[in-house]
Design a protein around this ligand. Structure first.
Ligand code: SF4
Length: 747
């Protein structure tokens, strides 16, 4: 780092790689290596390296736009803000507050996500807010909460991966989504551990595996049940752990025993010997973990699917033990923090439930409002988008591009166009912004300060490195101005640190407790893991080990076996969150809580401290192949593009590497279709048709085709995807739907 460079983090995925930004003579920044951040140790993928290009992109929005005579034309900020506030106020007066929708994003900083939730519920008074993270990790969050009482994507740092004996990676292609994280898998193998990858495609990640299981899309639930069946049948359960640390085993066991390996082989296509080998590899080492990503999660049974993998971890005594357990590899840059601070339809800040009276009282007090004035839970993301133009007449959208990223995208595009009013805050004219009545140009990562929480639950400080271009304002300024125009003069600060201070108070005592975290600590400590309550309960008296304060049973004081100083132990929410005493042994009396890298080591965050097995059974995808639609479609990512591509498609180097969509298919399917490499292929589902060039490979199952979803237009993969929702998480079924292929005659 040179003396003028600014340490910060990448704007894209949930790894939140550390980088230094150095000013360039033309007023921009260049990315320099930052080796002190333990997650990436200086390594970056192409997206991170080229991120400054979006700051200075020639298609960057530099002025508000308003729709006049059918076209978007430049306007002043006052004109644009007045128009938004006027429309929102008018529609609220005519149709009620719930006619106003708010849609956020998993890339928004914690401060923005927090303020957006507050803006919806306090300034607009609407219950209709959700965000695109619902399409990302909601099934894992729901399953984790059911089983452990708390969802934090990874309950342990990434650095624990190489110290495990076996890792099962389910539906994650880290080589394309988070390339710097591959080193953890490399180190795992160097240390003698083994890697099992579950993916219908032989991806670059699967190529690294000791064992690759390639189930049919949508059958990961059956696969996990088959593995658990074998664990039981082969006597590999950890009975002592099950008895001491879990509840509900008998029902889960009975459900798994109904899934005979041969039955599972028929459902999944994974052979019984492969199932047995996976069980052997997973059970023989002392430590092992399962990590899931979008593959098993983006299904209409995603919650049960993740639950089945958690059951496998619990039955084998893995969860809540060092270098073992279950974790979710969250995808978006602030996918973790984005789901904790209140932009989700059913949540208040601190990961509190919106329908919990105590939570409402606490947050209302911080916000200075009557708890009864807070609306109740609203619609989930897809349901909200589906209600546009009917129940919801106006939408404020921030940090999302649903025209490309939502399932059944043509229908959602049509819903958006039927709105009475749409306002979009973005940095470029995304496909959704193109449909807006007003577009506001906002600051980007390097032009503003804020915090994110990466996939490990590590809260990080992104620092401003350059001044934004003239004419640009921050999302916080936008919400401040709109709230004022709607008659709410106070409560929407524009300074991110001021917002964070309020967020700390709002989160205090909640499951995701940030109250002990400050900007200063984040800068000095290179991130802090939540929960991190403040101030810690400290007792400087000499006490007996394991003694409990009878006046305050949550306030447990133990002597530190390895330190002369009495140790601080987690109190209240941290203890409920399963924080292990050892995690805070470094804390000295009076010192701040050190944060919680590892959860659940002593207890889970359930009322009785035990993890809960959830009995689950196989069920088919919402749409199975038939005579009309005989092939399965699954969707995913490529390394050079990010999400809907709104930013990365504007970067020349990334576009050169990944210029457009494609249809990956097996040679057998291609031959049946008469398609050669590069020929246009039409993929047709019950929701529409997409056309993209054929990419023929033996790395995919012959019954399945794959499309990346980063592009709009003719090759938009989400035109095809199925919005069938998981009953618990409301996650749409992005990962499996029935399609047919058609040859496209040459133009
Ligand atoms: Fe790291 Fe993800 Fe950014 Fe790539 S996109 S540099 S993996 S944070």
């Amino acid at each position: 780092m040179n003396s003028t460079s600014t340490p910060t983090h990448c704007p894209y995925c949930a790894l939140q790689c550390g980088m230094n930004l150095s000013p360039t003579p033309d007023g921009g920044v260049e990315v320099l290596e930052r080796a002190d951040f333990p997650v990436n140790r200086g390594a970056l993928c192409g997206k991170g390296r080229t991120a400054p290009a979006v700051l200075s992109s020639r298609v960057r929005l530099t002025s508000p736009l308003v729709r006049e005579g059918g076209a978007l034309v430049p306007a002043t900020w006052d004109e644009a803000l007045d128009r938004i506030a006027g429309a929102l106020g008018r529609i609220r007066a005519e149709h009620g507050a719930d006619a106003l929708g708010v849609f956020g994003g998993g890339g928004l900083t914690n401060e923005k996500a927090y303020t957006l939730g507050k803006f919806a519920r306090v300034a607009l008074g609407t219950s209709q807010i959700d965000y695109n993270g619902r399409f990302c990790m909601s099934s894992a969050a729901a399953a984790g909460t059911k089983a452990f009482g708390l969802d934090r994507g990874l309950p342990f740092p990434l650095e624990d991966i190489p110290r495990s004996g076996c890792v099962i990676l389910v539906g994650s292609n880290l080589a394309e989504t988070m390339p710097p994280s591959l080193r953890f898998l490399t180190e795992l193998k160097e240390n003698g551990g083994t890697l099992i990858v579950v993916d219908p495609r032989r991806t670059k990640t699967a190529e690294q595996a000791d064992l690759h299981l390639a189930p049919r899309p949508g059958t990961d639930l059956a696969l996990a049940l088959g593995l658990l069946h074998l664990v039981v049948a082969e006597g590999r359960t950890d009975e002592a752990y099950i008895a001491e640390r879990t509840t509900g085993w008998e029902d889960a066991r009975a459900a798994a025993m109904a899934h005979w390996p041969e039955y599972v082989e028929r459902i999944t296509g994974v052979s019984v010997p492969q199932l047995r080998e996976a069980v052997r590899m997973f059970c023989e080492p002392e430590t092992a973990m399962v990590l899931t990503a979008r593959g098993p999660e983006q299904q209409s049974k995603g919650t049960d699917t993740v639950g089945a993998w958690i059951n496998l971890c619990l039955a084998t005594g893995r969860a809540g033990r060092p270098y073992s357990g279950y974790g979710c590899l969250t995808g978006q840059g602030n996918g973790q923090g984005g789901r904790e601070h209140g932009q989700k339809a059913d949540q208040l800040p601190g990961y509190r439930k919106l329908d919990d009276p105590a939570a409402r009282r606490h947050v209302a007090e911080v916000w200075g409002v009557d708890p009864d004035s807070l609306p109740g839970p609203g619609r989930s993301a897809y349901e909200l988008l589906d209600a546009l133009g009917t129940d919801i007449r106006a939408l404020l959208l921030m940090g999302s591009n649903p025209v490309v990223s939502a399932p059944r995208a043509a229908h959602i595009e049509e819903r958006i166009t039927s709105l009475d009013f749409l306002a979009v805050c973005d940095v470029v004219l995304s496909e959704t912004a193109e449909l807006a009545d007003v577009v506001l140009p906002v600051t980007q990562w390097a032009e503003e300060t804020g915090t994110t929480t990466n996939l490990e639950g590590r809260v990080l400080l992104r620092r401003q490195a350059i001044t934004p271009p003239e004419g640009i304002r921050s999302d916080l300024e936008v919400m401040h101005e709109l709230a004022a125009r709607l008659g709410v003069e106070k409560g929407f600060p524009t300074d991110p640190e001021e917002v964070f201070e309020e967020l700390r108070r709002a989160s205090a005592g909640g499951p995701a407790d940030y109250s002990g975290i400050t900007y200063r600590r984040l800068a000095e400590e290179n991130g802090v893991f939540w929960p991190c309550p403040a101030p810690p309960s400290v007792d400087t008296r000499s006490v007996d080990p394991q003694s409990v304060d009878p006046q305050s049973p949550d306030r447990v004081i133990v002597a530190d076996s390895g330190d002369a100083s009495p140790a601080v132990t987690p109190d209240g929410p941290a203890r409920e969150a399963g924080v292990r005493e050892a995690e805070v042994r470094g804390a000295h009396p009076g010192s701040p809580h050190p944060g919680t890298p590892r959860l659940f080591l002593d207890r889970f965050a359930t009322p009785d401290g035990r993890a809960r097995f959830v009995p689950v059974a196989h069920r088919a995808a919402a749409e199975e192949p038939d005579d009309e639609y005989p092939v399965l479609l699954t969707t995913g990512r490529v390394v050079a593009q990010y999400q809907s591509g709104a930013q990365t498609r504007r970067v020349d180097e990334l576009n050169a590497a990944a210029p457009g969509p494609f249809v990956e298919l097996h040679p057998r399917l291609a031959a049946r279709l008469g398609a050669a490499e590069g020929d246009p292929v039409a993929v047709v589902s019950r929701r529409g048709r997409a056309v993209a060039p054929a990419r023929i490979t033996r790395a995919i199952r012959p019954d399945t085709v794959f499309m990346p979803f980063h592009w709009p237009g003719e090759g938009r993969a989400n035109t095809l995807t199925n919005p069938a929702l998981d009953p618990t998480s409301r996650m749409p079924e992005f990962k499996a739907c029935a399609v047919r292929l058609e040859a496209v005659p040459p133009a």
